[in-house]
Design a protein around this ligand. Structure first.
Ligand code: ADP
Ligand code: ASP
Ligand code: MG
Length: 414
């Protein structure tokens, strides 16, 4: 007997028919003698619909109220799945995050999980129940509902798996694993049987939405065996086969087998902000980015230009969702920091190549830049880590860049 967490995404929960299939699959695992906790997302399109309603009331909705609204989609899902399981004769119980002590900070719309109380979950499991917990949400110390950011049910699932010390966390989704890049953009992308945790973390944090990056952080920090697999197969397929399918996130590097580049990630919705003509003196970066951080805006790439006549330009990127807020913050401090002008570009995207093999191979950056140059794509910003190279480019070339790089690094080949 093992203790398993299943997570089902929006498409997997997309209709009552699909939810019935999820129930059959979960029941199959339970019948095989496993204890199962299920973390579903809202039905596909539902979170967008809810956020759209909020925006009809207020252009930039208050984040606390937005979370109150956006979190309800998952509440419907857990209840429907519980009914689906009961109809199959299973004992099942659904909970919202707060009912099983999922505590978060108060960063509404992008909260972080701080702790989970496993007592109620464990008690139910020990009574033979299947426990179904809303993804995407928890409560802060004042009991305000907070959501974990788009795609946050992945993080709920892995965090719950860590808290209850599950043997495995299975992320069921609408593709059959992690691919060399988004298979919806590059048709000859290949499924990876395993991917190292570090590579998965880079891919996810650079935009591969197959897993929310915080879920990968949890998997790494708590060593949760995590697998990404399809929810669209026959729910009654042999369990042994299903258990080996998809992509396993591994904690070991196999240098012999390792390709230099494992995957390509991209993120369309970036925005670039440049603060022009600020006096170049100690503290510039701090005075610009300090208030941005206080407003809970994550900054990604950063460049400070060479100073000319004691003045410099300072450029950074944020998620396009945060652009309006970031510009607001900068307009307020513009006088204090002595900036001449603040300009922005919301039509930029980033593309990243990722692979642990970069540690032992040179020339990857050169090959990436050469490939983009051949396609006539101008690079606006560059950032690197030990296992990743990211470029910021004009949004309209993003898919072209991904396809060209996928081919140049021969990711379509075994
Ligand atoms: P869910 O609703 O199950 O959470 P998501 O839409 O959040 O599903 O994530 C799955 C999607 O991620 C896939 O449909 C695919 O288009 C996209 N995706 C992006 N990059 C990758 C990748 N490298 N491998 C697989 N899928 C990817
Ligand atoms: N329902 C939420 C979203 O659409 C969370 C998730 O699906 O993971 O972002
Ligand atoms: Mg998702």
């Amino acid at each position: 007997m093992a203790l398993i967490v299943h997570k089902y995404g929006g498409t997997s929960m997309g209709s009552t028919e699909r939810i019935k299939n999820v129930a059959k699959r979960v029941a199959k695992w339970h019948d095989a003698g496993h204890q199962v906790v299920v973390v579903p997302s809202a039905m596909s399109g539902e979170t967008n619909r809810l956020i759209g309603l909020a925006k009809e009331m207020m252009e930039y909705p208050d984040p606390r109220e937005l979370d109150m609204i956006a979190s309800t989609g998952e509440q419907v899902s857990v209840g429907l799945l519980a009914l689906g399981l009961m109809s199959l004769g299973k004992k099942a119980v659904s909970y919202a995050g707060w009912q099983v002590g999922i505590k978060t900070d108060s960063a509404f719309t992008k909260a972080r999980i701080q702790s989970i109380d496993d007592s109620r979950i464990k008690a139910d499991l020990n009574e033979g129940k299947i426990v179904i917990i809303t993804g995407f949400q928890g409560v802060d110390e004042d009991d305000n509902i907070a959501t974990l950011g788009r795609g946050g049910s992945d993080t709920s699932a892995v965090a719950i798996a860590a808290a209850i010390k599950a043997d495995e966390c299975l992320i069921y989704t609408d593709v059959d694993g992690v691919y060399t890049t988004d298979p919806r953009v590059v048709s000859d992308a290949r499924r990876l049987k395993t991917i190292t945790f570090e590579e998965m973390l880079e891919l996810a944090s650079q935009g591969s939405k197959v897993l929310q990056s915080r879920s990968v952080e949890f998997a790494g920090n708590y060593r949760v065996p995590t697998r990404v697999l399809s929810s669209l197969t026959d729910p009654l397929m042999p369990l042994a086969e299903e258990a080996q399918s998809g992509t396993l996130i591994s904690f070991e590097e196999d240098n012999m087998e390792q390709a230099v580049i494992s995957g390509i990630a991209f993120l369309r919705d970036e925005a670039k902000i440049t603060v022009l003509g600020v006096p170049d003196k100690p503290g510039v970066a701090f005075h610009i980015l300090g208030p941005i951080a206080e407003a809970n805006i994550e900054v990604d790439m950063i460049i400070q230009n060479q100073s000319v006549a004691g003045k410099t330009d300072f450029t950074f990127t944020v998620s396009r969702n945060d652009y309006h807020k970031a510009m607001g913050v900068l307009e307020q401090i513009k006088g204090n920091i002595g900036a001449e002008e603040i300009i922005g570009d919301t039509k930029v995207s980033k593309v990243s190549v990722v692979g642990v093999g970069m540690r032992s191979h040179v020339g990857i950056a050169a090959k990436m830049f050469e490939t983009l140059a051949k396609e006539g794509i101008n690079i606006l910003m560059i950032s690197t880590s030990e296992i990743k190279i990211t470029v910021l480019i004009d949004e309209k070339y993003m898919e072209l860049a991904v396809r060209a790089l996928h081919k140049a690094f021969e990711l379509d080949k075994e």
